[in-house]
Design a protein around this ligand. Structure first.
Ligand code: URP
Ligand code: ZN
Ligand code: ZN
Length: 467
């Protein structure tokens, strides 16, 4: 029942200090030097960093998309997340047209039930707002403890909302105190560019990037910012990839607009040339928005450092190369959009960020866990190491070197975009509410033990983040 994590270096978004942590009934009950407690299991963390579990605010598990379905479901996805140091995910619950929102949420609960090895919550997608769905929205958010909705400005043939719906979503969310997450790309113009490229006979994966220019991400970001501002809503821009979008977010934040932003590991570390590899290899790097020319990476790192972007999502949306990415062998527009990142989000950011001196360990914890907890209403239950918080804890070896490979990862996909990369640091043990999910690099968790977390926003993102 009781555990003491002993001898580690505890890192939160604010501090680093040597201390033991006493866990009882899933909660952190004491933090201090030389703790002892009769009957407690001792976990030796000497030489390790002890951090709050990662919170991944952007996943798509078991999601139908682009005429297929993602390869990681709630079992493989959450096991992989746990290996990677993530203890809570927030997944996007899709909705469709006139379908009742309650039915959509029930469907998402069914996907996770009995499978999730870690804790989770949902963001609710808003597509077409009908009188019925609009009327249902307040009740479903309240009842389900959902504090965030999602609107797509892209994917003209699947999810794209009109500007009018986007604006209505902002107004409704403002009234309900919810955060609006937006995929900012101009989907209609992209659709036109894609058709032009296909008419010109272009088939290769690189055309995915060439038909989704950064200007169209910047333009949509600016549009979302202004609409959110007019409506008085809180905007969270998902998967920011480029200077054009970063500049709009910074300009808005400097004017005092209530705007936040997330980026993802591949945009910080990979670039557009990956899509131009010979053969069909580039298909492994097709997701949206696309990878950008390398110079954009500095803008993203700088914005993270300056807290103009606050979080790192994985945008986990995995499709195997064989059978799934290959759907677009003769037509780049048919390559399913998305990549497998739920497992390596934490390691890539630590290795490329902290180990290479770009960010401090406190900034790392903030980006990988604390800020998401604050923006989405999980804090202080999650996202920190403090008395009373859930004992969601990663015991991390900062020295070990490891090679990323599809041969050893735990995601249900046949490739890894970081194949062959050597990373510094690895989670050794991971606890969710005081129970081991990963113990000495082995999965020991229980499928279905992950709890659905109802969230509330007692403070606004601005108050909680204090930036
Ligand atoms: O390509 C991506 N990102 N797939 C997932 C859906 C989305 O846009 O987030
Ligand atoms: Zn998106
Ligand atoms: Zn996504």
């Amino acid at each position: 029942m009781k555990k003491i994590i002993k001898g580690g270096r505890v890192a939160t978004a604010a501090d680093v200090f040597e201390a033991d942590i006493l866990i009882e009934n899933g909660k952190i009950v004491q933090i201090g030097k030389d703790l002892s407690e009769v009957g407690a299991e001792i976990i030796d963390a000497t030489g390790k960093i002890v951090m709050p579990g990662g919170i991944d605010p952007h996943t798509h598990l078991d999601m139908p998309f682009n005429n297929t379905v993602t390869d990681d479901d709630w079992k493989s996805g959450t096991i992989a997340a746990a290996f990677g140091g993530t203890t809570t995910i927030l997944d996007f619950c899709l909705t469709a047209g006139e379908e009742k929102l309650s039915a959509a949420v029930e469907k998402w609960h069914d996907k996770a039930k009995g499978k999730s090895a870690i804790d989770y919550g949902f963001h609710l997608m808003i597509g077409d707002l009908t009188h019925e769905t609009e009327a249902e929205l307040p009740q479903i958010l309240e009842q389900e403890g959902i504090t965030s909705v999602k609107v797509f400005m892209a994917y003209a043939k699947e999810f794209q909302a009109t500007d009018r719906t986007l604006f209505k979503a902002f107004k409704i969310a403002k009234d309900l105190g919810a955060v609006v997450m937006v995929h900012c790309e101009n989907g209609s113009v992209i659709d036109e560019l894609v058709e032009e490229a296909r008419r010109a006979g272009h088939k290769e994966p690189i055309y995915h990037a060439l038909t989704r220019p950064a200007e169209l991400e910047g333009e949509a970001t600016k549009r979302a910012i202004e609409l959110a501002h007019i409506a008085g809503a809180t905007l969270y821009v998902v998967h920011v990839t480029c200077k054009e979008a970063v500049d709009e977010i910074i300009a808005a934040r400097e004017k005092g607009y209530d705007v936040y932003g997330e980026t993802c590991p591949p945009y910080l570390t990979l670039d557009q040339s990956a899509l131009a590899q010979p053969g069909f290899e580039g298909a492994k790097y097709v997701w949206s928005p696309p990878l950008r020319p390398k110079y954009h990476q500095d803008h993203l790192w700088n914005a993270l450092k300056a807290k103009q972007l606050q979080t790192i999502g994985s945008d986990q949306c995995s499709f195997s190369f064989k059978g799934k990415k290959q759907l677009g062998l003769n037509d780049f527009s048919k390559i399913p959009n998305g990549g497998p990142f739920i497992e390596d989000r934490f390691s890539i950011l630590y290795s490329e960020g902290v180990a290479k001196g770009k960010i401090s360990i406190n900034e790392f914890v903030d980006m990988i866990s604390t800020s998401a907890a604050k923006i989405f209403g999980l804090f202080p239950q999650k996202g920190t190491i403090a008395i009373g918080s859930d004992a969601d804890i990663v015991i991390f070896d900062p020295e070990v070197k490891r090679e990323i490979s599809a041969k050893t990862h735990h995601m249900n996909v046949d490739y890894n975009p970081y194949e062959g990369w050597e990373v510094t640091g690895e989670p050794v043990s991971v606890l969710v509410r005081g129970e081991y999910v990963i113990k000495n690099k082995e999965f020991v968790g229980v499928l279905g033990s992950g709890q659905y977390i109802k969230r509330t926003l007692k403070t606004t993102a601005a108050e909680a983040l204090n930036i």
